[in-house]
Design a protein around this ligand. Structure first.
Ligand code: FAD
Length: 306
């Protein structure tokens, strides 16, 4: 799709615009074709204009953060991809008068964690080692066995399809396992986090260091991946199912089931997104046939395949 010149000129004034930008430059899998249009909005007013342009002209709009939980088609993504990483070029994080932490969606999780430790909080340690931005963490309800975003969020600030900014208090029915239910076309701008004061931040930092050390020993961090590929089916552990089905090391093209953690697929060497999706489908089929269990992906699959 080629936008009319006037629309392209408008977009150029609303932020940093790239055309036919390869998404493999951004995804943690290091795969994925081009975004027809990719834009980093310069501010909230620009973001509103982009939403309205897409709505008025029936242009597909995709919102991305750190791109660490995505499998993007080799054919790329049509329409406009709005990049929320380092939104406003300098993403804001601060303590509020009410004692919550406010973070823009574009803040890197590492910086969020550091800010919270430096401010003397605890309860957010589970974020250590999870990649991407705060907005992506909220959208995915990212977490581990030790906690998830839903548990520390007080409210979510988002922009709706009319470009209105809404601050929505969090309720338990908004979140599920690695998912957040929001009205269609909601772009998360930031979140207010309610955290406990720590008695001793040295202990919190040392807990974070232990988590990072453990993850380093268990996860194939030397290879591109998007973390755990499958959600754990009720009562089962995905890595165990994949392992017991004999799929450790199974490869299709450049995609391979990690030998270190069998719920990770790694880009072993020059994988395409199609290789990765074929491997995902093969794993699903084997596990369905062997154990009659339907595997559901945790990673988000974007764009057209096949
Ligand atoms: C090595 C490795 C380990 C990982 N370990 C974990 C783990 O332990 N636990 C875990 O939960 N995840 C894990 N992940 C996956 C990933 O890091 C998390 O899901 C992360 O929270 C995604 O954030 P992101 O900014 O990269 O989001 P993206 O990948 O950019 O986007 C993910 C989804 O969120 C949506 N989204 C992003 N930003 C916004 C926004 N501002 N508004 C609306 N929607 C938005 C996107 O449309 C997409 O659907 C891991 C990934 C890697 C590579």
């Amino acid at each position: 799709m080629k936008l009319a010149v006037n629309l392209e000129n408008m977009l150029n004034n609303l932020g940093t615009l790239k055309t036919n930008e390869p998404l493999k430059k951004y995804t943690s899998f290091k795969t994925g074709g081009p975004a027809e249009y990719m834009i980093w909005p310069k501010d909230r007013s620009a973001l509103k204009d982009i939403i309205l342009i897409c709505g008025d002209n029936s242009i597909d709009l995709t919102v991305l953060g750190g791109c660490s939980n995505l499998l993007v088609s080799d054919a790329g993504i049509k329409g406009i991809v709005v990049m929320m990483n380092s939104f406003h070029s300098k993403a804001d994080i601060k303590l509020t008068e009410e004692g919550t932490v406010y973070s823009d969606s574009g803040v890197d999780k590492k910086d969020f964690l550091k800010f919270c430790v430096d401010s003397g909080f605890q309860g957010m340690e589970f974020i250590a080692g999870i990649f991407g931005c705060v907005g992506g963490g909220i959208a995915m309800n990212a977490g581990t066995a030790d906690g998830a975003f839903a548990e520390i969020l007080q409210s979510i600030e988002y922009m709706n399809s009319k470009g209105e900014i809404i601050n929505k208090p969090v309720s338990s029915d908004m979140f599920g396992y690695r998912k957040l239910q929001m009205p269609g076309c909601s772009i998360i701008l930031g979140g207010y986090f309610k955290l406990e004061k720590a008695d001793n931040t040295v202990n919190i930092q040392s807990r974070i260091n232990d988590i990072l050390k453990e993850r380093k020993s268990k996860h194939p961090l030397n290879y591109p991946s998007a973390g755990s590929v499958f959600k754990n089916p009720d009562g089962y552990s995905s890595w165990k199912l994949v392992d017991e089905a004999g799929l450790k090391g199974k490869s299709i093209g450049g995609a391979r089931v990690s030998d270190l953690h069998t719920n990770f697929i790694i880009n072993n060497s020059g994988a395409t997104s199609e290789d990765i999706l074929n491997l995902i489908n093969e794993i699903k089929e084997v596990i369905l046939n062997k154990y009659n269990i339907k595997m559901e992906t945790e990673i988000r699959v974007l764009g057209d395949f096949f």
